[in-house]
Design a protein around this ligand. Sequence first.
Ligand code: 5AD
Ligand code: FES
Length: 350
Amino acid sequence: MIERLRKNGNLSDEELKAMIESSSDDQALFEAADSVRRAHYSTDVYIRGLIEFTNYCKNNCYYCGIRNSNRTVQRYRLTKEEILCCCREGHALGFRTFVLQGGEDYFFTDEWICGLIAEIKSLYRDCAVTLSIGEREHDSYQAYFDAGADRFLLRHETVDSDYYRILHPDGMSLENRISCLWDLKKIGYQVGSGFMVGTPKQTTEHIIKDLRFLQELQPDMIGIGPYIPHQSTPFSNCESGDMRLCLRLIAILRLMFPCALIPATTALGTVDKKGRELGLKAGANVVMPNLSPIKFRNQYELYDNKICTGEEAAECLRCIRKRVASIGYAIVTDIGHVKKFSCLNSGEGL
Ligand code: 5AD
Ligand code: FES
């Protein structure tokens, strides 16, 4: 089955179910995924600098620590100057992609966001700007794109409408989220999507539907990570997602989407000390170190015990570089290097 998935990039629902649910062939699965990642990306690992610029959020997703009803978080917003300072530091360290991530916070108007994007792009002409700010109107997405934004991350989370309701309160809409993703694609963004693994009451069938949706959407990046409970959410007593299952899904994604950018996520590094290394060995090829100011790091708490909240950006990069090298891969930061790979347009991997 592994060989067929590698060759055809696809399996039937029944076969996928068997593969997702059994751990007996994990080693062979991870090796197959690693060989596909090496064929397309050699041992390269791309870095994206994450700037968590607001932890205000108007939404109330049951799983998320910065949900609006959580009165225990201290809320913060970075100023434009603080954000530019993160970019300056990141650029000096070799980052060429800045990911502006935040809760759904309408304090930041389209005009303000466009101004920020334009400023970053004019200061750092060799850099890509990625937005991860949730659902907005089509025309807002268009305006950010016109201002210079290159990419947008919006995990679909689930495409099953009943399961969507288990994870989100009334007032939030699956249809809207999915139509946002199609809007982003049509506008011309490189799009990232994905879902959490092991959220309460998630089934293999839900996961297979997620994979089918990703096959339709064909995103450039696919981010998955284990669900981790946060103490001040309705799901506080639920268990974390299973790391092995998450690793298996990374490997399956690599075989289904040979060219995709797949991050070894912070959540994966949080459920296990070696989680990110294992993710890379199972087919992931991106890491997203944190460039946010250290004094706010632990306030962007989507889940409990998030790693890397006490390290300066430079320290974090040094640590992650060492971890990546320890398993035989290498972080790339120079533009010339990525051009030789068929999967990427020039500079895209940075
Ligand atoms: N555990 C793991 N991942 C989470 N996210 C949100 N809350 C949690 C949690 N408790 C993920 C969601 C979101 C992304 C930014 O972080 O998938 O899209
Ligand atoms: Fe951030 Fe290790 S990657 S401290």
